[in-house]
Design a protein around this ligand. Structure first.
Ligand SMILES: [Fe+2]
Length: 360
């Protein structure tokens, strides 16, 4: 099949208008910075809940952040998105034989859907606006004033024979020269995710060794190339260092609606599903609005209004671009980088775009 470029352009033009948002408030919101209970502020912090596990391990599962009923609805919407892609290319959720490259949008070997405007689909925004998800991040940062990344979605299928296998790529998503807790990452899990169902694997407790690690590896001769300074890849020597410190790699399991949180310093990667369940999840990352500059917020507003994606950094450190979406070695003609329709945001979602915090 060849994309109809005229219809693709027409669709793009229709969507390129500023996204629908609640009316802008007359007065810009004042972003309250993190309070004293922001995680990793004091070494003796104790909360008596999941935050204690997160402080100790560098990751945690917040159970039931999204009610099961709504998690199941999101699963249905994701399946429908796949089944109706380009009017339906042959994929059917109940027929594993239809899980083929030619029937689907491009999903890379890590399960990531990098194109098609999925970062701004209605269901993606609905997940970002989930009260239990937002509440967890408000507790992490001890402020109600947050902004959210326009990050992507993962739809990994087991036992695919039509693509290269996924090799481990242990990394941290934080600049090695900027120590300390800076960013909490999140995954909203949508399908049952057991030991064989792929997903996040994290190096338990290694976030607390991050500063020491990077001091020891400051002059590393074979450093892995990174497209952004906010990424660091662990070499075999780095993995050996972690092992010698007694760090354990843990596959994190979750039920539909659970929120997995991990400190950006925590080494991690993902595993391909090996059982019968696909792995569906949303990458959701929030940070205090007060930690974004006005320039960041203006750049982020542009990304929202043109419905472009960002990485996990909510301050829109990187806008658009991302990994190439290739079909048969060429840019996928079906990828117009726009959602099916402009997202309708509620008041929470609009604040999370950062737009209400822009002063001028
Ligand atoms: Fe990562």
């Amino acid at each position: 099949m060849v994309a109809n470029s005229d219809s693709a352009k027409a669709t793009y033009a229709a969507l390129a208008a500023p996204a629908t948002t609640p009316a802008k408030t007359a007065q810009p919101l004042e972003a309250k910075p993190s309070g004293p209970n922001r995680l990793f502020t004091h070494p003796d912090q104790s909360f008596g809940d999941w935050r204690d596990d997160l402080l100790r391990d560098g990751y945690v599962v917040v159970k039931g952040a999204v009610p099961r009923e709504r998690a199941d609805q999101y699963a249905d919407q994701m399946y429908s998105w796949l089944e109706n892609f380009r009017g339906g290319m042959g994929y059917k959720r109940n027929d594993p034989s239809t899980i083929k490259h030619e029937n689907l949008p491009i999903i890379n070997e890590k399960g990531m859907v990098n194109g098609y405007g999925i970062s701004h689909e209605d269901f993606t925004w609905a997940v970002r606006q989930e009260p239990g998800v937002v509440d967890a991040f408000q507790k992490v940062y001890d402020t109600e004033h947050l902004i959210v990344s326009f990050d992507i979605v993962n739809m990994a299928f087991p036992n695919r024979t039509d693509m290269a296998s996924n090799n481990p790529w242990p990394h941290q998503d934080q600049n090695r020269t900027k120590p300390g807790f800076r960013c909490m990452q999140g995954i909203v899990n949508i399908l049952p995710n057991g030991p064989e169902d792929g997903g996040l694997i994290a190096c338990k407790g290694a976030h607390l060794l991050s500063t020491q690690f990077h001091e020891d590896f400051e002059d590393e001769p074979n450093r892995i190339w990174a497209w952004t300074p906010e990424w660091y890849g662990f070499t075999a020597e780095g993995m050996e260092w972690l092992k010698n410190k007694g760090c354990e790699w843990v596959k994190i399991c979750a039920e539909p609606g659970d929120l997995i949180l991990w400190d950006s310093r925590t080494p991690h990667y993902n595993l391909t599903p090996k059982g019968t369940n696909p792995r569906f999840c949303f990458y959701t990352c929030y940070m205090p609005a007060a930690e974004a500059t006005q320039e960041d917020l203006i750049r982020k507003k542009g990304a929202f209004e043109t419905l472009q994606s960002t990485t996990h950094w909510p301050n829109a450190l990187h806008v658009g671009g991302g990994l190439p979406v290739l079909r048969n070695g060429e840019p996928d003609p079906y990828n117009i980088n726009q959602p099916r329709q402009r997202p309708e945001l509620n008041e929470t979602g609009f604040k999370l775009t950062g737009i209400p915090y822009i002063k001028a």
